[in-house]
Write a protein that binds this ligand. Structure first.
Ligand code: SF4
Length: 337
């Protein structure tokens, strides 16, 4: 497919300042050299524990944050340092869905005002009026269009996330960054909202970057998955390859905590409990950043950082001793097994 977005060596360090003259004493290396691209129409999921930099990455992609270094290219154009008026079209094309539908909707505004706000902000003409446009959007996300004059508190959590999604869709974005869009919701309605996002993707030709803290939520919606740890990508691959032949020990550990629905694989994986906590992104471990928690770590892991390398077609991992590397065999039907 055609490339919609790409980032190269993307970096975001937040300086830590102390004292009267606010001297910089260090930096939180939230995102530390990411390179990946997103194809039009696909869903790429960024997955990792808190502190891995996934949310910062989402904010860099939507240009809510300025990168410290690196490059962001959208539709073939370098948009890394756009500002002011030049930023306006980009603000329409790349939208964000936030995790918490409670705090992202102004409780004093009606749904009509909330969902219609982007039209006003961006000065977009709506042929049949804003009210009609809002009602169409509410219908699109499965809400009653007659409820446009109600307030957020009159809706359930799932409905509020639908309101947030409707607002996101108002300006017909091309790319949507969804930052844990269902993790604040009841498990029982998570699937509904995920299904809605999938339906909208097909209907409106959307591209998603989906941010999640574990691998179970995004399993069915992702085309590709990138696993992040301490500001870096540890592994990135097509969905099936990542879930069935994970190469990075961290991915293996994350997957071992995920219930596996298909009976064929049952019992094949033991739960791997990671030692300790995620180290501080202020002073990330030298060498492989995962070495302090990795059960496979050798001496070289403490000193030499493994590059993110393509170990199978389209499958990259950053590890000196990857798993499943030799298991890739192509049978006569052409399916990898
Ligand atoms: Fe573990 Fe070493 Fe691979 Fe890092 S490089 S994931 S420490 S085996």
């Amino acid at each position: 497919g055609e490339e919609l977005l790409s980032v190269t060596d993307l970096q975001k360090h937040f300086p830590i300042r102390r004292g009267l003259i606010q001297r910089q004493v260090g930096a939180v290396q939230a995102v530390d050299g990411l390179s990946f691209s997103v194809t039009r129409g696909e869903t790429l999921s960024l997955v990792g524990e808190s502190g891995c930099g996934k949310t910062t990455t989402g904010r860099l992609l939507t240009r809510l944050l300025e990168p410290t270094a690196g490059k962001i290219v959208f539709e073939g154009r370098d948009v890394t340092h756009l500002s002011g008026a030049k930023m306006r079209p980009l603000r329409r094309d790349i939208q964000m869905i936030f995790q918490d539908p409670y705090s992202s909707l102004n409780p004093r505004h009606t749904v009509g005002t909330i969902v219609g706000a982007p039209f006003k902000l961006q000065n977009v003409q709506t042929p049949n009026g804003v009210k009609k446009a809002v009602q169409d959007l509410l219908e699109l996300v499965g809400l009653n269009p007659e409820h446009y004059n109600r307030y957020p508190h009159e809706f359930s959590g799932g409905q509020r996330q639908r309101i947030g999604i409707a607002r996101t869709l108002a300006l017909k974005p091309k790319l949507i960054v969804a930052d844990e869009p269902v993790s604040a919701l009841d498990v029982s309605i998570q699937a509904q909202v995920i299904n809605l996002l999938e339906d909208l993707q097909n209907e409106l030709d959307l591209t998603y970057v989906m941010i999640a803290h574990d691998l179970s939520v995004v399993r069915h919606v992702s085309d590709r998955v990138a696993v992040m740890y301490l500001g870096k990508i540890m592994e990135i691959a097509d969905r099936n390859a990542l879930y069935e032949r994970p190469m990075h020990p961290y991915t293996v550990a994350l997957l071992s905590a995920v219930p596996i629905p298909d009976t064929a694989r049952k019992g094949k994986r033991e739960r791997i409990r990671l030692q300790g906590d995620v180290p501080s992104p202020i002073n990330p471990p030298k060498g492989c950043r995962f070495h302090t928690r990795c059960w496979k770590a050798q001496d070289i892991c403490k000193t030499e950082e493994p590059p993110l390398a393509e170990l199978a077609p389209g499958h990259q991992a950053a590890c000196h001793f990857p798993e499943n590397k030799d298991k890739l065999t192509i049978d006569v039907t052409g399916t990898a097994s």
